[in-house]
Write a protein that binds this ligand. Structure first.
Ligand code: NAP
Length: 294
């Protein structure tokens, strides 16, 4: 069989392994084009497909994986990463610590939940911005599944202070307490109108957007850009659009601005290695993504 979509041809047989992306929505995701490129480059008889499912349907969807003989592996995206944590059979050390799952690996009919977001994020910071979190103050917008992985990995990598700002303040506070408790790094959770935010943003060297604000073409920046300090690094996990309003405004104010493409690539490469035991062609993965969003 041969399907052609975007820039890659998909070749697979009826014995193909099936890899799945669970999310709602999923149509924005570039994981299918990226992971299919990796499968093709590795010569694996497999196919990576999006499965849009609401939260209420996720338990049944996961149950169906347990009996699926040709299940190759899965990713989990918005808004299911925390729910997936509770639905898998076992967890990697990192997923257990983070409390969210973005990767599922088949283990003899059982589901192993892993989380590659944090490592993908740290690698992107280091390789694309030469940024090491050790000793740094960071402000993180958002407190969902991605924020959990980002906060935890920054704390583990030596950041000294985390400020977590979220629309639902209870979620920000609970994530801050979690980071504080698990890593010993000072963390505070604030609501979006908290008066401490301007000083915290001005004093930090890294601002990270982990909210989904920016996915829409007319979405405003998740913070007042006037608060950004020139020279700070502003990282938006969103990779499509490639340049969000936050990144545009950050550049205008003399900040360094980085989108989430590198994180997508590196977390995806780690997931691929967990599923297949092989190192994927990162070049093929990057090229497939760039071809679609260029
Ligand atoms: P999630 O668990 O659903 O969390 C979404 C977050 O966005 C929550 O903090 C939520 O706040 C906030 N939010 C949503 N709509 C908002 C609005 N209108 N105003 C203010 N805040 C809003 O999703 P996730 O898995 O963490 O993913 C978040 C984003 O990161 C997505 O855009 C995703 O594509 C991106 N991401 C990128 C990569 C990558 O590899 N580059 C990896 C993972 C995720 P509440 O708590 O108040 O609902």
């Amino acid at each position: 069989m041969c399907l052609r979509r975007d820039s890659i041809s998909l070749r697979f047989t009826a014995a193909a392994k099936v890899f799945i992306l669970f999310g709602d929505p999923v149509a924005h995701s570039l994981s299918p084009v990226m992971q299919n490129a990796a499968l093709q480059a590795a010569g694996i008889d497999g196919l990576y497909i999006p499965w849009r499912v609401q939260s209420a349907g996720l338990p049944a969807a996961f149950e169906s994986l347990r009996g699926m003989e040709n299940f190759g592996g899965a990713n989990v995206t918005i808004p299911h990463k925390e729910q997936a944590f509770a639905l898998v059979d076992t967890l990697t050390k990192e997923a257990a610590a983070v409390g969210a799952v973005n990767t599922i690996v088949a283990r003899g009919g059982r589901l192993l939940g892993a989380n590659t977001d944090g490592q993908g994020f740290l690698r992107s910071l280091q390789e694309e911005a030469d940024f090491l979190p050790c000793g740094k103050r960071v402000v993180i917008f958002g407190a969902g599944g991605a924020a959990r992985a980002v906060s935890f990995s920054l704390a583990e990598a030596g950041a000294v202070e985390l400020t977590i700002v979220n629309r639902t303040v209870e979620r920000a506070q609970s994530l801050a307490e979690f980071v504080d408790r698990e890593t010993g790094v000072s963390a505070i959770g604030l609501g979006p109108d908290d008066p401490h935010i301007p000083a915290r943003v001005r004093d930090c060297t890294l601002v990270v957007n982990t909210t989904s604000v920016g996915l829409g073409p007319s979405d405003p920046p998740p913070i007042d850009p006037a608060l950004l300090r020139p020279g700070a690094l502003v990282y938006d996990l969103i990779y499509r659009p490639r340049e969000t309003a936050l990144l545009r405004e950050a550049e205008k104010r003399g900040c360094r601005a980085l989108g989430g493409l590198g994180m997508l690539l590196y977390q995806g490469a780690l997931a691929f290695a967990l599923w297949t035991g092989q190192t994927p062609s990162e070049e093929a993965m990057r090229q497939a993504v760039v071809d679609v969003i260029a």
